[in-house]
Design a protein around this ligand. Structure first.
Ligand code: CMC
Length: 423
């Protein structure tokens, strides 16, 4: 493809064009400032490619999501989460031996240091589990110094193995129950459910439907290219900070309601609609009114301008999970109606606002007994795989530079200091 041309103040510049393997086109502006003195302005980075990456491909117009070239639908149907995490992090699906070793490593590293358990004593009972997750992951760097190659691989396994333990302990602390140690005879998803819901005084039966649903949720959340939290991880990693610090920052970024925090907000919104007599149309109208400050949580996406493929997969699984608990959830009914109304409303159609992954995940978590303030933690447990993959890709890229965007300054210029008594 030929170069792009830019005319600035009457002068013409040639800018190279980069084409990705899926035909995505980018104008390479790496030398723009050096050549022209100008920078680009792209608030929210909606048109900015911050890197070349081989991990995840999204076509938001068509509703396509691939991890390492595999369609999400195939992976969701056939894989375990550790298999997908391996794929995302190392680039290829593991063979039988590689998967067995990876799963066995994940089991062997799932305990956290006994003295780390004491950290939980210091957190208030009301602490949000995302705050605890971020702090505990950051604290792992005090135990495991960071390195490249083998050290990094070991820290990757540690992080993936310990994250569910850290998250489940945050929940146990919140409800005042004793921590349940991980069990090596269980798989990744079963183990998490066990650590969350088992108590020492009685037998706990792990529901295979819940374990499958959790496995699916983790897979669907594993990566989503350069979203806010992943870009944060890459941003921190670009200074060559250690893995745990970068991922801890990613957890913080994910927490916000416009990102991973939306799944919690979806459920709160559905509850609010139910408490208000189930009048969902009123809330659709409110979402359309810019002065109301209200948005339909779980709708819209920066990248998807079509149905989020993850939401489609989850909608089916949500039905199965609800069948397992054997009761109708009025919130699911409200969610379905809300979706129906919004999808046929001109405002939403015009703006291509479809349900996103968070729309159905909350209903599933709720049915599984996971409390609302743990929802974003669940998102994080899946996304850790993608964060790690991006951290590793950046670390291993010899051309990577520290992330350092520019700005257009619009503040005051050259003011003179005025002494305190004259202001
Ligand atoms: N309800 C009502 N109107 C909306 C909504 C919504 N949920 N989302 C976007 N709009 C409108 C928005 O007001 C704007 O209208 P106009 O063009 O008239 O000004 C237009 O649609 C474009 O929205 P935007 O805010 O410019 O889009 P964005 O790409 O900056 O924001 C978003 C994307 C996901 C933050 C936004 O759609 C939103 O706030 N959704 C609700 C929160 C949510 O569900 N977040 C989860 C995202 S998926 C999980 C993840 O990957 O993090």
């Amino acid at each position: 493809m030929s170069n792009a041309k830019l005319i600035l103040e009457g002068k013409e510049y040639e800018l190279p064009v980069v084409v990705g393997t899926e035909g995505e086109i980018a104008i390479d502006i790496t030398k723009l400032r050096a050549q022209t003195g100008a920078i680009t302005l792209d608030s929210g980075y909606g048109n900015t490619g911050s890197c070349k990456s081989a991990i995840c491909f999204i076509n938001g117009e068509k509703g396509i999501l691939h991890y390492r070239g595999y369609p999400i639908e195939d992976l969701a149907e056939n894989c375990s989460f550790p298999e997908v995490a391996y794929l995302v992090i190392y680039g290829d699906l593991p063979n039988k031996e590689q998967l067995e070793k990876f799963e066995s490593d994940l089991r062997r590293h799932s305990l956290i240091r006994e003295d780390m358990k004491k950290f939980y004593e210091g957190y208030p009972t009301a602490a949000h589990p995302m705050a605890v997750l971020s702090a505990m992951i950051g604290s792992l760097s005090t135990y495991y110094p960071d390195g490249d190659g083998e050290d990094l691989d070991l820290n990757i396994v540690r992080l993936l193995a310990k994250a569910p333990t850290i998250a489940a302990y945050a929940y146990k602390k919140m409800i005042g129950q004793p921590f349940m140690y991980p069990r090596n005879d269980l798989n990744y998803s079963e183990n998490f459910l066990y650590m969350m819901f088992a108590v020492p005084t009685e037998e706990y039966q792990i529901s295979p439907v819940f374990a499958d649903a959790l496995n699916l949720l983790l897979i669907l959340h594993a990566d989503h290219e350069q979203n806010c939290s992943t870009s944060t991880v890459r941003m921190v990693g670009s200074s060559q900070a250690n893995l745990f610090s970068a991922i801890s920052a990613g957890v913080g970024a994910l927490w916000g309601p416009l990102h991973g925090g939306a799944n919690q907000r979806v459920l709160e919104m559905l509850e609010m609609i139910r408490a208000d007599g189930g009048n969902y149309k009123k809330y659709v109208d409110m979402a359309k009114d810019k002065n109301s400050g209200f948005r339909l949580m779980g709708f819209g996406h920066r990248v998807y301008k079509n149905y989020d493929p993850r939401a489609r997969i989850l909608k089916n699984m949500a039905e199965k999970v609800l069948a397992e608990v054997g009761k109708e959830d009025p919130l699911l009914e409200i969610a379905k109606k809300l979706e129906e109304v919004a999808l046929s409303d001109e405002y939403f159609v015009e703006r291509k606002l479809y349900p996103n992954v968070d729309f159905y995940s909350g209903i599933m978590y709720r049915a599984m007994g996971i409390p609302v303030n743990m929802f974003t933690v669940m998102f994080a447990l899946g996304r850790i795989a993608g964060w790690i993959a991006h951290f590793k890709e950046l670390r291993e890229d010899p051309t990577a530079r520290i992330y350092r965007p520019r700005q257009i300054y619009v503040g005051e210029t050259n003011r003179k200091y005025v002494p305190l008594d004259q202001r």
